[in-house]
Design a protein around this ligand. Structure first.
Ligand SMILES: Cc1ncc(COP(=O)(O)O)c(C=O)c1O
Length: 434
């Protein structure tokens, strides 16, 4: 993993100046050698770049690197993690399909499914991925995709991906895994059955909170030709582009990604700028080192917080009683990332007092930064959800999300401990007043 993180997709000797790191190609368009060469690109014949909205040499290096890290057959870099999920689900399920979705998803994904995809006629059934019977019952004849997070945001719940994929694959339904919290340093969804992997590269792949970016990877398992009538957009000749996208599988490429890039990246204009791609490439170089430290430190902090006065519960796979402890041992030997949550007994007032009392941890709605960050999901990332949707993903009034950064563990702990005392005092005052 660490070797691919440094080298995949770029060879200095192939560059005219032997640049060790990929140059940032800011060009909007690329000069062609002839009328015929540009015409060929528009006819999807030949390799090369025409216009950066649908492809760029710097971005292509990032696409090759994430393909190598996830051991897939191809990838597309897009403008954000949200664009990655949106484009993957549109390409598989629009128009008019059905999606099975985990009850524990990032709030923005739930909103996408509930609102924007619903507007496009794509329906959705939500199921608890820890309840395999409920998961199985959620599939219909029209299901064209299932989506889960390998490690859920914000409660770090893990999924038994081989079991979930077996149910989906028995119906020829591809499984999309949002692996943002895990990153390929901790977990490769394709090895556990996933068909498509999406990342908010904004988080751990970037690692320093400087850039918004998203990635879609085809792991090479999905083949729409197994069920051609369900995927006419891939298996029939596309009138607009004059090709049958599924034919790209025969050449070792991804018909799904070819279609997603030609249609949705181009139409939505959800392009990743070359400078952003370069930031993510730099971040990926240290991914393995960072993921090891944040995973260990998160587990240590979660264990210290568990059972303290004022803490109703800590959500981390290592906390006693968590049903996914065995999954952590089986599938996540390198750790479960630096994100976890805890619920304070004093509700939102205690959560607010806790966040405001922190000095080293910063209140911000991001994760995977080098800095440690904290937020109250109920009023931010998951605020547009219904109460029932929040409860289903473990977001309660007193829940705070913690994203452990790269600072010294004892400094992080000292700050949490003093802020917890402040929050506990607020909680006590409230219960006395009541
Ligand atoms: C698990 C997960 N998926 C997707 C997203 C969306 O990513 P972005 O903010 O890069 O659009 C986020 C953002 O927080 C996330 O946490």
């Amino acid at each position: 993993m660490s070797t691919a993180a440094i080298h995949a997709g770029w060879v200095a000797a192939a560059d005219g100046h032997r640049a060790l790191t990929p140059p940032i190609h800011t060009a909007s368009a690329f000069a062609q050698t002839s009328h015929a060469s540009l015409k060929a690109l528009f006819q999807r014949r030949g390799d090369g770049f025409a216009y950066s909205r649908s492809g760029n040499p710097t971005t292509a290096v990032l696409e090759q690197r994430i393909t190598a890290l996830e051991q897939g057959i191809g990838a597309i870099a897009v403008a954000s993690g949200q664009a990655a999920t949106t484009i993957a689900l549109y390409a598989l399920a629009a128009p008019g399909g059905h999606i099975v979705a985990s009850s524990r998803l990032y709030g923005g994904t739930t909103e996408l499914l509930d609102d924007t995809l619903a507007d496009a006629g794509v329906s959705c059934t939500v199921a608890d991925p820890w309840d395999l019977e409920a998961w199985e019952a959620a599939f219909t004849e029209d299901t064209r995709a299932a989506i889960v997070e390998s490690i859920a945001n914000p409660g770090a719940q893990l999924v038994d991906l081989p079991a979930l994929c077996a149910i989906a694959h028995a119906r020829d339904v591809p499984v999309v895994v949002d692996s943002t919290l895990a990153s390929p340093a901790l977990y490769r969804p394709g090895e556990h059955g996933a068909d498509v992997v999406v990342h908010s590269a904004t988080k751990y792949l970037c690692g320093h909170g400087t850039t918004i970016a998203g990635l879609i990877v085809d792991t090479g398992r999905f083949d729409p030709r197994r069920c051609p009538r369900r995927w006419p957009q891939l298996t029939e000749r596309n009138r607009r582009f004059g090709v049958t996208f599924a034919e790209e599988y025969a050449r070792g490429g991804s018909g799904l990604l070819g279609y997603a890039r030609a249609k949705y990246v181009t139409d939505f204009g959800a392009t990743l700028p070359a400078a952003s791609a370069q930031q993510i490439l730099v971040g990926i170089e240290t991914l393995g080192l960072r993921m090891g430290k944040v995973s260990t430190d998160a587990a240590t902090l979660a264990a210290r917080l568990h059972g303290l006065p004022g803490v109703a519960r800590v959500e981390h796979p290592t906390i006693p009683g968590r049903p996914d402890a065995a999954l952590a041992d089986r599938d996540f030997p390198r750790g479960t990332s630096g994100v976890f949550s805890m619920e304070l007994t004093g509700g939102e007032a205690a959560a607010a007092a806790f966040c405001d009392a922190l000095a080293l941890w910063t209140i911000a709605v991001n994760i995977g930064d080098a800095r440690s960050l904290v937020c109250h999901p109920g009023t931010t990332t998951h605020s547009h959800l219904t109460g029932a949707q929040r409860e289903a993903c473990g977001v309660r009034e007193g829940t705070v999300r913690l994203s452990v950064g790269l600072e010294d563990l004892e400094d992080l702990w000292a700050d949490l401990a003093q802020a917890l005392s402040a929050a506990h005092a607020v909680g006590e005052e409230l219960s006395t007043a009541a």
